[in-house]
Ligand binder design. Structure first.
Ligand code: NAP
Length: 279
């Protein structure tokens, strides 16, 4: 049996083990996927252990997506452009990093929105997920505005993305939402605002939402956040975070096993895990 892990701190809340477990079972693979809590001070030791040949690879979540980079032997171009890694493949003791969040976000958005070329995008937040979304959309968007409560983080993200892509991208403060959201086609929430248990919160004033908008909330618990409910009420289209979660997991499983993951099975398992009241 080969082993797969999710490392992070904390990891107990994650539904990836249920989602990947269902996929592995459906494909009849001799793999096992488990969550492994790894505190920041133990990261080096944990990564050394994950080079063992019994380990096919692992996923990485908060807070290690950036700090693990120097511990890997190689990373792919997407990981370099995003500056964060969420999937590692163990190739005979050599660890190669990939970022499957970024293409998963673009794929989910493209399916919900249609042709993304020339779109105007506002991203709320300047953390790892915002980085993955902005970097993924940069080759297609006409402009991207990163809105964060800490303007220096928004500016740093915009500056990093523009090093890899020729795109009109600016980092501004959250207070700039009014003019930017009004002119946008796509609004992405890449903050945890509205995540369970704070389900009454929304990162943006509902009065700024409009029918010309697609609102993509990366949060998947709850599936319909306050922001998405406000968006629906305003006539905007909506997309929750579960599709992206399934797509990033399916691509990770393909990288580890070479097999195409059954995304419908993964979606069912993810919904079941969320509905189980485990989070
Ligand atoms: P992160 O790296 O911690 O970044 C979070 C961002 O949100 C930071 O810019 C942070 O600002 C900002 N923020 C936090 N609390 C805020 C508040 N009360 N008001 C305004 N801004 C706030 O986290 P992440 O990995 O990017 O994840 C962000 C969200 O995306 C989470 O909800 C996560 O579950 C979701 N996500 C979903 C998927 C998926 O597959 N659907 C994948 C990845 C992440 P500061 O830097 O100032 O704290």
């Amino acid at each position: 049996m080969r082993r797969l892990y999710l490392i992070g701190h904390p990891v107990a809340h994650s539904i990836s083990p249920q989602m990947q477990g269902a996929s592995i079972e459906a494909l009849g693979l001799d793999y096992r996927y488990e969550a492994m809590p790894v505190a920041p001070e133990s990261l080096g030791r944990a990564v050394a252990g994950l080079r063992d040949p019994s380990v096919a690879g692992f996923n990485i979540t908060i807070p290690h997506k950036v700090t693990i980079l120097p511990l890997l032997d190689e990373v792919d171009a997407t990981t370099k452009a995003v500056g964060a890694v969420n999937t590692v493949v163990n190739e005979g003791g050599r660890l190669k990093g990939y970022n499957t969040d970024s293409p998963a976000a673009v794929r989910a958005l493209g399916e919900a929105y249609g042709e993304l070329d020339g779109c105007h995008v506002v991203v709320l937040g300047a953390g790892g997920a915002a980085r993955a979304v902005a970097s993924g959309l940069a080759p297609k968007a006409r402009w991207i505005r990163i809105l964060a409560r800490d303007i220096t983080k928004a500016e740093a993200l915009a500056s990093d993305v523009s090093k890899h892509h020729d795109v009109d991208i600016l980092g501004v403060g959250l207070g700039e939402a009014q003019c930017n959201v009004g002119a946008a086609d796509i609004l992405v929430n890449a903050t945890p605002v509205g995540m369970s248990p704070n389900v009454g919160n929304s990162p943006v004033d509902a009065r700024l939402l409009h029918p010309g908008l697609l609102v993509f909330d990366l949060i998947y618990s709850p599936e319909r956040t306050r922001l998405l409910q406000d968006a629906e009420a305003s006539g905007a289209k909506t997309l929750g975070g579960l599709t992206m979660l399934v797509y990033q997991g399916a691509e990770a499983l393909r990288l580890w096993t070479g097999r195409r993951a059954p995304e419908d099975v993964m979606m069912g398992a993810a919904r079941h895990a969320l509905g189980d009241g485990k989070r």
